[in-house]
Design a protein around this ligand. Structure first.
Ligand code: ZN
Length: 424
């Protein structure tokens, strides 16, 4: 009689408990839950009394309470509650957080939809509806995955958190409040559940939103010399921003996952308030910039360069009077491939599919931006759903892909918690 060596023993043990967990992932339960979530509209419409996330948050909380989780609910603004649940395994270890927002973008005009936007219709192996892809399918997958780990009764070294904030599609007030109120303390890593075709997104573009206000002097259009025109000065600024964009592209090149950085003027307005009139030089003008950055760009340097443009234009023209304000800053993020969450997820992906995962980047910011930038938490963004489909009419998610996502989340939790115990 020979004893199996310790490693083989641990391996067999881990494989067995992993299968116990994955066997708990039930396709019909997952589809049922995803459809139930899609049926509850959670578009933020402040002018409507239930135009918020309150109902879907209540539904998520009830589901998790019934499943035996300890659930917390905390309002970020009236009618806009974050929901989260913490589950602790029987052994101490690292804490992994799954984040999936509860809000969805507007459905637009219902006539543009073939499937009703909140009908959650099941057709040809797909679920249709606003949020099916971004991100209620993935929200359901995270809930079912963590529940599978808990209900399997396996020994689990660590803790799992389900975090479902409001307002991701707006100013991300939900995740910001979650972090500011200390709830992200002690979190070692986070999975951001967003539609990424189950690719492992380890980089995210950053975003800077900048407003520039230019002051002039109102005058009759027939006597321009008696005023100061802020419109032509705004135009000079916009042209200089285009040059700066070219320099930034030159400086940083093309990121393999994120492409090029961009500085895009999106609004040019004069006057910036009040009534425009064709024969009146306005007293003010306004320019808004939507700036998207790659990980090796510094937001501080960029803002300095914009300030330099304004200083240079002012040195050439004593009437050039402009002020710049950064109204939102979302830093770019990068998680290394050798980070333990990335390694755990790659092993989970290989276990489920027999293939290497595809790595990629996220072109926009997500709630993960703030978990990374404000709380220093390594993140990976992944989930089911076509990367191009979010915010479209007839948004959909493929059920089979969503089932893989759910298993990927569950297996990632296992590989991450077991770490070196999960030798292959
Ligand atoms: Zn989303």
């Amino acid at each position: 009689l020979t004893e199996p060596d310790a490693e083989t023993h641990a391996n067999t043990g881990f494989r067995r408990v992993l299968e116990d967990v994955l066997n708990r992932v039930d396709r019909e339960e997952l589809v049922h839950l995803a459809r139930a979530l899609v049926r509850i509209p959670s578009v933020y419409r402040p002018e409507e009394s239930d135009g918020n996330e309150a109902r879907v948050a209540r539904f998520v909380a009830d589901y998790l309470e019934r499943a035996g989780f300890e659930v917390s609910i905390e309002e970020v603004a009236p009618g806009r509650p974050n929901v989260w649940a913490v589950w602790e395994g029987d052994r101490s270890g690292k804490t992994l957080l799954f984040e999936a927002h509860t809000d969805v973008v507007t459905e637009g005009s219902a006539e543009d939809w073939e499937h009703p936007p909140f009908g959650a219709e099941r057709d040809g192996g797909r679920i249709y509806g606003r949020g099916a892809c971004d991100t209620k399918g993935n929200l359901a997958a995270a809930m079912v995955a963590v529940r599978a780990v808990k209900d399997s009764g396996v020994s689990f070294p660590g803790s799992l958190i389900l975090c479902h904030p409001v307002d991701e599609e707006g100013m991300m007030a939900g995740i910001k409040a979650f972090i500011e109120r200390g709830h992200a303390e002690g979190v070692d890593a986070a999975v951001i559940c967003e539609p990424e075709e189950n690719q492992l997104c380890i980089k995210q573009k950053g975003a800077l939103r900048v407003e520039v206000t230019l002051r002039g002097t109102m005058a009759h259009g027939a006597m321009p010399q008696s005023g100061v025109n802020p419109v032509t000065r705004a135009a000079r600024f916009v042209v200089a921003v285009e040059e700066l964009e070219g320099e930034e592209i030159e400086r940083h090149g093309e990121d393999p996952f994120l492409g090029y950085p961009s500085l895009t003027p999106t609004i040019l307005m004069g006057p910036d308030c009040g009534e425009p009139q064709i024969n009146v030089i306005p007293a003010s003008a306004y320019v808004a910039l939507d700036i998207r950055t790659v990980p090796d760009q510094s937001h501080r340097d960029l803002v300095e360069r914009l300030e330099c443009i304004i200083a240079k234009l002012a040195s050439e023209d004593p009437d050039f009077d402009a002020t710049l304000e950064v109204i939102e800053e979302r830093p770019p993020t990068e998680t290394r491939k050798d980070e333990s969450l990335v390694r755990a997820m790659a092993r989970a992906y290989d276990h489920l599919t027999g293939e290497e995962p595809t790595y990629n980047g996220v072109p926009g910011a997500t709630d993960g931006t703030f978990l990374h930038a404000w709380a220093g938490i390594p993140i990976v963004t992944t989930g089911a759903g076509d990367r191009e489909i979010p915010h479209h009419a007839d948004e959909w998610v493929d059920e089979e892909e969503l089932l893989t996502t759910c298993k990927l989340y569950a297996a990632t939790a296992m590989y991450y918690a077991y770490g070196e115990e999960a030798h292959v």
